[in-house]
Design a protein around this ligand. Structure first.
Ligand code: ADP
Ligand code: TRP
Length: 331
């Protein structure tokens, strides 16, 4: 068997935030450092087309996600790094695998179901505001994964269902034509499965409770000060495990700082003080990436060059899988 492939994508629908980094980008970059495997990371801009219909905004979001990965240390010589829209093979396989996806499987996908439930609650037609891209989103995601014979997909917890769907679709195809696709597994870090946002709910662009990864120092401080805490007095012991501030702190501080902070939680520390220390570690950790991020955004041609180079490599793998698929189905 060939070296395992690790693959993940980020949808460019807004500025990347701390949870994207903690749950998806950071573990993916760590995995990419390991020997004897091939990492493939991409900007899922076809997925963003479901909701972003302004070309200028679409291009900017795509560049922002690409610049984010590079600024955080992705090495495009090692990782195959590309834009989804530069790999047309994805769309060919999309049709083929649509024919192996039971409609009922899409009805059960959580993003679609959430909209249907909300529409029903509001007395609207259940499919109001649902385009076919949204409805078949999990098929496109399955293709992203299966086309590259992916073994492992680092993501946040909300994506687990999509990876299970990808396995189901692969299995349907394999049972018909013999072993064609590898069955992917998800990689979810338990501690960061759901990163909380400003209001304590899951940090998400759709809740407007995010901290943008590359906010300026000033804005970062302002947002951290807004994170919701309870009214426990400073001197009272606090539980780090249920604290949004600690969940974020742990991801940016050194192991020694983390131990110290745990002790302070036990002996008593005011939330204001925790916030200040959290701001300091995040600001320090992101200072250099923030500069690099802005530098990349000022060189869109360079971003383009890197992504096109990555797409060339990605397409070599994609073509092999697709040729095999075409042979099997009898084209
Ligand atoms: P958003 O919910 O803000 O639109 P995306 O859907 O673009 O975020 O998520 C990109 C990646 O980041 C996915 O792997 C997703 O699982 C992960 N992710 C996003 N928000 C969180 C969160 N609050 N906790 C854990 N993982 C998250
Ligand atoms: N659905 C993912 C998200 O919302 C983005 C994505 C698209 C993805 N294709 C993928 C993630 C393939 C992992 C693998 O974040």
């Amino acid at each position: 068997m060939n070296a395992p492939n690790v693959l993940t994508g980020i949808k460019p629908t807004g500025q990347p935030h701390l949870a994207n980094y903690i749950a998806a980008i950071k573990p993916a970059l760590e995995l990419a450092q390991q020997p004897n495997q091939q990492a493939l990371y991409f900007v899922a801009n076809y997925h963003a087309l479901i909701s972003v219909h302004d070309p200028e905004v679409f291009r900017n979001y795509t560049n922002e996600v690409a610049a984010t990965w590079l600024a955080l240390g992705l090495d495009p010589d090692k990782v195959i790094f590309y834009r989804q829209t530069d790999v047309p093979e994805i769309l060919e396989l999309y049709w083929v695998l649509s024919c192996f996806t039971p409609k009922g499987l899409m009805n059960r996908a959580h993003a679609y179901k959430a909209i249907v439930d909300k529409n029903a609650e509001e007395g609207l037609d259940v499919d109001t505001g649902v385009n076919m891209g949204l409805y078949t989103y999990p098929i496109l995601m399955a293709v992203d994964i299966l086309l590259f014979q992916t073994d492992l997909v680092p993501v946040g917890k909300d994506q687990i269902q999509h990876i299970e769907i990808a396995r189901d679709i692969a299995d349907n195809f394999n049972r018909t034509y013999g072993e064609t696709f590898r069955l992917p597994k998800y990689f979810v870090k338990e501690e960061t499965a759901v990163v909380p946002g400003l209001d304590g709910r899951k940090m998400s662009k759709s809740y407007g409770n995010t901290i943008p990864l590359f906010a300026s120092s000033k804005e970062l401080r302002k947002l951290i000060m807004k994170i919701k805490t309870d009214s426990t007095p400073p001197e009272a012991p606090k539980d780090p495990e249920t604290s949004t501030l600690f969940t974020l702190y742990r991801e940016f501080a050194t192991p020694q700082q983390v131990e110290e902070m745990k002790r302070k939680y036990q002996t008593g520390i005011g939330w204001g003080q925790v916030k200040q220390e959290l701001f300091e570690v995040i600001d320090e950790a992101l200072r250099e990436p923030r500069e690099k991020y802005h530098a990349y955004l000022e060189q869109p041609e360079e971003l383009n060059r890197i992504l096109e180079q990555g797409a060339k490599r990605a397409r070599e793998i994609a073509r092999k899988t697709l040729q095999d698929v075409r042979n099997r189905i009898g084209c």
